[in-house]
Each structure stands twice: as C-alpha cells, then as structure tokens.
Design a binder for this molecule. Sequence first.
Ligand code: ADP
Length: 488
Amino acid sequence: MRILQVSSELFPVLKTGGLADVAGALPAALGAQGCEVRALLPGFPAVCASLRHAQKVGRFTTPWGEAIEVVLGDLPGIGTAGQALKTYVLMAPGLYDRPGNPYHDSRHQPYADNHRRFAALGWGAAHLAYGLDAAWAPDLVHCHDWHAGLAPACMAFWQSPHRVPTLFTIHNLAYQGCFDASCFAELGLPSAAFGVDGLEFYGQVSFMKAALVYADHISTVSPTYAREIQTPEQGFGLDGLLRRRAAQLSGILNGVDASVWDPAHDPLLPHTFDARRLAGKALNKAALQAETGLNPLPDAPLFTLVGRLTEQKGLPLVLGGINELVQGGGQLLVLGSGDAALEQALAAQAQAHPGRMAVRLDYDEALAHRIFGGGDITLVPSRFEPCGLTQLYGLKYGSLPLVRRVGGLADTVVDTDLETLDKHSATGFVFDDFDSAPYQRALRMAFALYRRPADWSRVRQNGMRIASGWEQSAMQYRDLYASLTSPT
Ligand code: ADP
C-alpha cells in the first residue's frame, strides 16, 4: 500500500511539537507493516536544507496563479539505523522561505498569507494523488492537522474516474486554521463548498472543518480524545459535526520512537540506564541539578515540565502549586516557551526560589532528553490533551508522570493507589478536576510515594516496562488504510 503523508512538520527536520514526532516516526513504523510511505512537506528553509538528491517531478499552478515546483528527495531518517525518507517538497520560496517558526513571524503574529501557504500544501497533495509524479501515486493520502486540512477538500472536488481516499488525523482541535471569508475565492474550490455543509465556520473559512467534512475517515491520537471532541466542552464548536461523523471517527494512540527515546541508548544523556540498572539515572539527576543551578540534593524529588507554555498545558495549576512543591522539599525545573505572561510568571517564581526552581525559556531538544533522564516526576496537568508525548517519555525514562485524567493522558497513565500498587499496574499520579486542590493533592501523593523508596521503585519499574513503541499503533493505521482503500 502506497501512502502519501502530508504534514507541515517532521522530526528531525522541523519540529514545534508532538505532530513532528509522529510524522517523523510513522513512516518507518508503517514501513515495517508493509506500507510504502512518502512524505509531502512545504519547502520551509529547514526542510530544503536537509533534502538530499532532490529531483524535479513536476509543477502545478495554484488557484491564485502561482507556479510551484514539486521536487522529490531524501530526508534523513531518525536514529542511527534510520532509513532516508522519500519526500516531496513544494519549492515555493515566496510562501515558505522565512526564518524562524513555520506559522508565525517573530512577533508571534500568524503570517497574513497562511491561507495560501497551506492551501498550496492541500493542492500539492491533490496533484500528487492524481498523477503529478508519473512514477509514483499513492493509494491513500494521510493528512495531519489543519495545515494539511484543505487536501481532503481539494481531492473531494477533483474530477477523476478513480478516487483516492483520505484519512485526516487531528493532533489538536484547538488549532483550526480559520481565515477571513474573503480568502475563499483564492482556494480554487466550488462556491458550494463555502456553506454550513462545507468549510464555512461562523462566516470564516476553516481548514480544520474542510478536513472534517471531506475526509473519508477522521482519526485522532487517543481513544479518549476521540470521544471528548464529540462533546461541547472539548469540541471547539465542531462537536456537532464530529458527532455526525462518529462512524468515521476513531482514536489511535501515539507511540514512542525507540530510536530517539530510549534511556538505554540515548546519546543525548550523560549516563544511560534501564529498568534494571538505574545508577545512571541518579547521576543524570545530579548533572541536571548542577547544569540548571538547582541545589545538589539527591533526595529532593525533582518535578519537571517540558512543553509549550500555554494554558492548555496546565501552567496555571503549576504556578499555583509552586509553594506547596517547594515547601514539601521538592524542586521544579521547567523547559518551554510560549505565552509571554506565563513565561514572565515562571521566571519570577524561579527568581523567588533560587536553588529550588529553575526555568529555561527555550526550545532545546537535547535538554529535554536530559530532563526526562534526570527528573523524578513529569508534570502534564493539561486542561485538554489529545495524546501527549511527554508523559510517555517520562514513563520510559523513569520520571513518573503526574497528569490530569483527560485525553491521551487518561489512556496512558495509571494512578497509584493501594490496589494498583498491589497489582503492579500503577505508573504515576492522576487527578480529575482542573483545579488547584486536586492538583496539589496529586503533588502530595507524589511526595508520599517518594518517601517510600520500595513503592516508588516499583511504580517506576511498572512505567519503564510498558511497551510503548509504534508497532501496535502502526498496525492499527495499516488496518484502517486497508479498510479505506478496499471498502467492503
Ligand atoms: P504538543 O504537541 O501539544 O506540543 P506533545 O506532548 O504531544 O505536546 O509533544 C510535545 C513534543 O515537543 C515533545 O517531543 C516534547 O519533548 C517537545 N517539546 C515541547 N517543548 C519543548 C521545548 N521547549 N524544548 C524541547 N522539546 C520540547
């Protein structure tokens, strides 16, 4: 089965969040399941700089009259054994050749022509689906997040004797790609598409809605999130549509790419370790404390958070719980960037608690590995969380996740109580309501367990031993592709 994977990010070439990890890991995992995956990416500077052996395969003209060259080349694979990934790239410097973040300028303003930048991605996918490359055409197009959301619409209206099915995966329903209605005229879609049964959303154009309406199947990155987005609380206005499409909506959990995230072989860790040999973990903690200016206290539980600094990620709870955490004898280390007010509040708290709290307002892939490798607890108290990857990295690196029971966090972490301890199923700490009291109760539970080294070690072992690779999920995607390419 030939699959064209369409996304705007792909690890290790370009990453702003979990989408890149998934787009980077899936092709190889699907390859092991007998799928031939090629990627399609916009020609962002980082993508063009990494592409090898590029050859022109064709060109197409966008609805607004811009000619775009499509090249095919190799992107570096992940890890030491990683195979190069055959990737189509849209060479459109006027749209993509801009420094920094792929979506917004240095003042965090979305680019004014984002509708064109990502409509081009949608049309590029449609052209590849319907013959742009005479040597290769996909059996199915798998689109990720709103950036690729126009592709199912472009393909639904394509005049062709055969239809190529589409799968659209929601990585985060909160980001929808909405644009002024005046943009619609540039998208090259029939006027009928701009209606309540099409991509019109409260008078705007929504790329996310385009995908939810026109894709043959919709998936999201955890079974719980697939249910939650059908409710008004978590549906971001699209829950009604998602309920109507419930028969074509499913959840497939993300995995952990062991060629990137494995404490036993991680070249980014000062000291490797595994579930049976944990000496390296303690050395990593000491190194991390020294590196970040935290007091060298081997017995202080080290709470960590790696992620986008947004309300979604539960930063208000973390900020509200700092006194409890520090007074309980813990330490807090945060790595992230995002909302300016949250950044300032965290920096101020770090100043107020020298040696006890440290903040790195940065995006630093290597430091993230060292944090999972040296930390004791991984905080993910999200308001909502489609899947979440950092709790999975925390599990694997022996840094117990403390999470809210929501989305993929609910699907991947088992709360510690006497029963789950006894059954060896406990892997972390889980609280329910997005409120300071339950969050702080979970903090106290973490402290209590930490004071019982035998129990702590048991829970850590449970988490580290979970098989969280991509194999199971890739098999589910493969089966889904098969059902869509040969419907009964
Ligand atoms: P989301 O996709 O919502 O941002 P996920 O937990 O699914 O959240 O994935 C986040 C990914 O980005 C993880 O690989 C995490 O380690 C990484 N990440 C987030 N912020 C940073 C940062 N500041 N530095 C390094 N890695 C980061």
